[in-house]
Design a protein around this ligand. Structure first.
Ligand SMILES: Nc1ncnc2c1ncn2[C@@H]1O[C@H](COP(=O)(O)OP(=O)(O)O)[C@@H](O)[C@H]1O
Ligand SMILES: [Mg+2]
Length: 307
């Protein structure tokens, strides 16, 4: 049994009359990178701020290391490093001074790793932070977090101000933490930014956690694109269960393209096999496709549970 580092059950958060979190349930296991994905305003930061004991939940439960996030916040914070999406710094201190201050506040010290990270992220630590761009402010918080020895790292959209090169460094550092057996919660509204790093992802929409699983499990929920050519004549499969968007090629006979529900793939292949396949191309769905479907459902108000 893998140990739960974060366990959230039916979490709710009200701001006045507005229910920002309606039902959020997921867990983060020890040693895993969990991607917390959802569009802007879905409730990612609210969930994270509740986990940090900054906000008090209106309903449900949330624990970190088996401790209540509100009651035991002080104890929890000793083993946790956090980087918010918008990093505010003291403008009159230098980046280096603030990194050291963050480390001290976490009962840590400036160490060799800190210097290495400053080099990697190419931060000039001698400048006052009032001169820093958003990306540089984020780097300050990231460098402090990555050189903190914690058990759990929480990053709330940490790469929104970073250029691609620094984003890559961020990803490498996250994977290094994972290799050290640390647990990581990483939020983003852009799936492809976090896709490579995450063992599992949870999708939040309008204050509800609507889907959790490994990337492969998520892919199973989507359709694969097939282009096929056969020797025998190809029947019209428009109404075949599990097949969508069936189109016969105009210029070539017995050639068609369509998409297939992943769980109907076996049945469709069995159907095609006796037709003497001469060419077959299968394009697996990207997670971006899956994500798009959720967003589309968002706009059209479809029932997402069907997916
Ligand atoms: N302090 C607050 N007071 C009132 N509403 C808030 C507050 N913080 C967040 N919200 C609202 O809660 C919803 C979720 O916000 P947030 O958690 O920041 O989303 P995300 O981080 O996924 O972009 C949004 O509609 C936002 O406007
Ligand atoms: Mg947010």
């Amino acid at each position: 049994m893998s140990e739960k580092v974060i366990a959230i059950n039916h979490l709710q958060k009200k701001f006045g009359k507005f229910l920002a979190l309606k039902d959020v349930t997921f867990e983060v296991k020890k040693g895993e990178v969990f991607g917390f994905i959802g569009p802007n305003g879905a409730g990612k930061s609210t969930t994270i701020r509740t986990l940090l004991g900054i906000l008090r939940a209106s309903g449900g439960t949330a624990t970190i290391f088996g401790k209540d996030v509100w009651q035991d916040a002080v104890q929890i914070h000793k083993r946790l490093a956090y980087v918010p999406g918008d990093v505010y710094l003291w403008p009159n201190l230098t980046g280096g001074e603030i990194i050291d201050l963050f480390l001290k506040l976490n009962h840590q010290q400036h160490n060799a790793r800190t210097d290495e990270l400053i080099k990697q992220f190419e931060l000039d630590p001698s400048k006052k932070t009032r001169t820093y761009s958003k990306g540089n402010r984020q780097k300050v918080a990231l460098i402090a977090a990555f050189s903190t020895d914690a058990d759990l790292y929480i990053f709330d959209e940490p790469t929104s101000g970073l250029d691609p090169l620094n984003e890559e460094i961020f990803q490498k550092q996250v994977l290094a933490l994972k290799q050290d057996g640390k647990s990581i919660l990483l939020s983003s509204h852009i799936l492809s930014e976090v896709e490579h790093m995450c063992d599992r992802i949870g999708i939040i929409r309008e204050g509800r956690l609507i889907e959790t699983g490994t990337l492969n499990e998520m892919r199973h929920l989507t359709r694969t694109l097939i282009t096929v050519q056969t020797q025998s004549s190809l029947p019209d499969l428009r109404n075949y269960n599990g097949i969508h968007d069936f189109k016969l090629a105009k210029d070539v006979i017995n050639k068609a393209s369509f998409s297939v529900d992943s769980d109907k793939m076996g049945a469709v292949m069995t159907l095609l096999a006796p037709l003497s396949i001469t060419a077959l191309q299968s394009t697996p769905p990207t997670l971006e496709d899956l994500f798009l479907r959720y967003y589309q459902n968002d706009e059209h108000g479809d029932d997402h549970h069907e997916i």
